[in-house]
Design a protein around this ligand. Structure first.
Ligand code: ADP
Ligand code: MG
Length: 259
């Protein structure tokens, strides 16, 4: 039986995947993108999912987000909450101001106007954009646009955040700053994060746990706890050591596929 609404196996799980399989298409051209992926994210845990391009990372995230249905297996989100989603592209409404963009989910949730204004101001302070509420997206840098996207996602007040290479298009310095911001917001709000990246260093910088997916079909082939104290630096020797270990596994995996 396939279901996306099954409750997680225990109350101490924020996201639960059990034997999740995804097949695209049918017949001889069918693609097995995910094969029997089981994974639990604990409340407040930061999990990074890494793997080579095309291994099924986005597929997995889209299934958890409910944008697509698994071909087999089960996915549960604690309390049936709708997770917040962030992509590499901020996907803001270009004709709306920063404030109005962040306000969209609050309107959809039916919050009264006065409360919306308060919440928007608070969210913009959280992402350090308090002075930019009246700007439009094209007036902002790429990093600032991703901050707006983050504020808009936080406006959902959901305990689960799904992020698909959210900083992949940013320069290294901007990414560094956003790592610090995300880490702060994650710990303040005790969010559960499932973060997809092909950047192993980024994973070692951010994650409590790194999960490595094999190339087609995507299967979990390696998992490691990252117990480096926070806040972390992406250029620290501890982060580099974890990144090297994961890269080695990844290299073996890619080599196995002869790519
Ligand atoms: P990743 O995010 O790790 O780069 P994806 O999840 O996007 O990988 O893709 C996994 C595999 O599934 C790839 O081989 C990709 O070509 C295939 N795929 C993804 N989406 C579709 C789709 N809508 N239809 C058919 N194949 C798809
Ligand atoms: Mg992807």
């Amino acid at each position: 039986m396939t279901s996306t609404t099954t409750p997680p196996r225990s109350a101490t799980t924020a996201v639960a995947l059990s034997g999740v399989t995804k097949v695209y298409g049918r017949g001889p051209s069918a693609v097995l993108a995910l094969d029997g992926v089981s994974l639990d994210v604990a409340p407040g845990e930061f999990v990074c999912l890494v793997g080579a391009s095309g291994c099924g990372k986005s597929t997995l995230l889209n299934l958890v987000a409910g944008l697509d249905r698994p071909s087999g297996g089960q996915i549960g989100i604690a309390g049936d909450a709708n997770p917040g989603l962030m992509f590499q592209e901020p996907a803001l409404f270009p004709w709306l101001t920063v404030e109005a963009n962040v306000e969209v989910p609050l309107k959809l949730r039916g919050l009264p106007r006065a409360e919306r204004r308060e919440r928007v101001a608070e969210l913009l302070r959280t992402v350090h954009l308090a002075e930019f509420g009246r700007k439009r997206p094209h007036e902002l840098s790429g990093g600032m646009r991703q901050r707006v996207a983050l504020a808009r996602t936080l406006a959902l007040d959901t305990p689960v955040l799904l992020m698909d290479e959210p900083f992949g298009a940013l320069d290294a310095m901007t990414r560094d700053i956003l790592h610090d911001e995300l880490e702060r917001i994650w710990s303040e709000r005790r969010l559960s994060v499932l973060f997809v990246t092909h950047n192993v260093r980024e994973a070692a910088r951010l994650a409590d746990r790194i999960i490595l997916l094999s190339s087609r079909p995507g299967r979990i082939i390696y998992s490691t706890e990252v117990d480096i104290p926070r806040p972390r630096r992406i250029d620290s020797p501890e982060v580099a050591a974890i990144a090297a270990e994961v890269t080695e596994r990844l290299r073996t995996e890619v080599g196995r596929h002869g790519q």
